[in-house]
Design a protein around this ligand. Structure first.
Ligand code: OAD
Ligand code: ZN
Length: 255
């Protein structure tokens, strides 16, 4: 696929929004589209606030098995390309990576300014909202039984945002701020099925940003919201994008 170079140095503030598609090349399944988890598994039974209330162990076991798969996943070329882009920002530029993913692969690829709007599976917390137990990282979690909180005895859960739950206010504020000030917005590997993330492009565009989508399949409605849509795999399109661009703008690029 031929990609028109994009001169990133022209943009003072860049926001990239990523979804499950960016981690497919790392061996993780997306939720929708080809091979999507929700094509086989009923999302309502596993990934909602209601499911957690009805059957916390079922929800625990489901996400524990996803978390288990993360042990074998490594960041791919798309994650690294975004980290490289961030490292090439000049002093007057800023870069914000908003991810819906809970896999932590952006940080492992050395991205710095990452907003994990749906949380991260590496953390566990108490289900009881008023409990004083702070979310903590634990590699030794059980798939066989539902662990309980040492402080209050409530069941524990993964520190992610389920359907029907709210995104933390401070994270919402941070996202709004970055969308209002950005002049380049890129959505990568996301189906645009889930709000609020699906609406970010319109916010960014209404504040004057150029908007770009990269996805392996065409997304209905994308054509009206994005100035440019690149059809292809994130792990192929992004590195090519950056190489052409960083070369064409004359920057020195470390391989
Ligand atoms: P989805 O699984 O809904 O969408 C992934 C998109 O990436 C689909 O449109 C795929 O076609 C596309 N895709 C697949 N492979 C790709 C590749 N190699 N390169 C580029 N694109 C590719 O994922 P999200 O939009 O992230 O919630 O889903 C949003 C939320 O719904 C998730 O955060 C998750 C889910 O339920 C939580 O985990 C809380
Ligand atoms: Zn507790």
């Amino acid at each position: 696929m031929m990609i028109e170079p994009l001169d990133f140095s022209k943009y003072r503030s860049i926001v990239a929004l990523t979804g499950a598609g960016i981690s497919v090349a790392s061996g993780l399944r997306p939720f929708r589209g080809p091979g999507g988890l929700w094509n086989e598994v009923d999302v309502l039974a596993y990934a909602t606030a209601e499911a957690l209330k009805q059957d916390p162990f079922k929800v625990w076991r489901f996400f524990a098995s996803l978390r288990q798969q993360l042990k074998y996943a490594e960041p791919n070329a798309a994650h690294y390309a975004l980290a490289k882009l961030e490292s090439h920002m000049e002093n007057h530029q800023n870069f914000t990576l908003i991810t819906q993913n809970v896999d932590g692969l952006h940080q492992r690829a050395m991205s710095k300014n990452v907003i994990e709007m749906h949380g991260n599976l590496k953390r566990i917390r108490c289900q009881y909202k008023k409990c004083r137990l702070k979310p903590y990282e634990d590699d030794h979690f059980s798939l066989e039984s539902l662990p309980t909180c040492n402080l209050c005895g409530s069941p524990l859960r993964f520190d992610i945002v389920l359907f029907g739950e709210h995104i933390q206010m401070d994270i919402q504020r941070e996202i709004k701020k970055s969308l209002r000030s950005c002049n380049l917005f890129m959505a990568i590997g996301t189906s645009r099925e889930v709000y609020p993330a699906a609406g970010f492009v319109r916010v960014a565009r209404s504040y004057g940003a150029k908007t770009i989508a990269i996805n392996v399949e065409p997304i209905e409605s994308a054509t009206s919201d994005f100035h440019e849509v690149y059809l292809g795999k994130a792990e192929e399109v992004l590195p090519e994008f950056l190489n052409q661009t960083l070369h064409s703008s004359g920057s020195q690029v470390a391989a």
